[in-house]
Design a protein around this ligand. Sequence first.
Ligand code: PXL
Length: 352
Amino acid sequence: MSKENIVSIQSQVFDGFCGNNIASFVLRRRGHIPKILNTVHYYSKYKHIGDETKHEELNKILSEFIKDNVSSLDCNNIYFLTGYINTKECVEVVLKNIIALKKEKEKKYINLNSAGVTGASTAETVAKMAATTTATTTATTTAATKEKDEKCQTKEDEYLIEDIIEVNFFWLCDPVMADYGKLYVHKDVVDVYKKYASFADIITPNQNELELLCDTKINNENDTIKGLTLLLNSGVKLVIVTSVQYNFDMDHLYLYVGFLSKKKELTYFKYKIYRYDYCVSGSGDLFSSLLLSFIIRGGGNILHIISKVLNILHCVIKNSLNSLELHIIENQDIIASDGLCGTMHKEEPVFL
Ligand code: PXL
């Protein structure tokens, strides 16, 4: 079996915690050996003073990595995690390289299977690929009725991540662009994400980023679900909107997840989270790196995975209140844990 290759493409700061300073620590502390590609080198997340990696350099490194891996038998165990990328040219280069490898991988999948390597028939393989490649355009929502009575009680073998994405090879795209209403990348980056986001397997925008990606304002749950549906219908397999705040409920944040279930129904759940009065960026970076780790290492029910990631995140934020940085190192044991700590966050179906 090919070894695990996690490629984390994010910012690096001299002082403090965001981007790769979070992802590299979190992933290593949880036992992974990530490959770290820094898109910028700034003084801190508050002072973007420093330098940006040139798109030509990003291209050289990524295309070399792709060249090395495209020759492997199945391109398995490759995971891309993308976060803060500041310029249009850099986002384009990064996304195009990932998409190129994805396409190679898909070709190999078909070739290997049609040659009988895995025993599956070509027809089965192509059908499976087709089923996982494009989301249906029907916005049939279910989570709903059947699970009404079993609210918060999904079984471990339900909604398996392996039924939603290809767990041996995926791209987790955190379209880092804005938070607290402030854009912190060049504004033309938005259009690049709009153009290529549909190739992501998992996308984790916050409320502002979902608004930018979908050209919409989010004022209520209906708006959020419309945004999720748009991304799912474009081809993204799993959409997680990491934090949504509504004017009518300032005490809570909501996380929404949407995916195409095994039964090929668009399915939505939400998590209600107590909101601390804490406006420090970096929590999205902690969320995405933990999510990647839980998917690779544990797999299983995506709703349980999200719940564990949220538990860890909530504990770390709680232990970092009154500080301008998340206390990543101080909370390393929580970060390395199984996520069964603190307040358990449980999913609720979204009724449409
Ligand atoms: O947490 C997102 C992020 C990542 N990288 C840099 C940032 C931010 C948010 O402010 O400034 C450099």
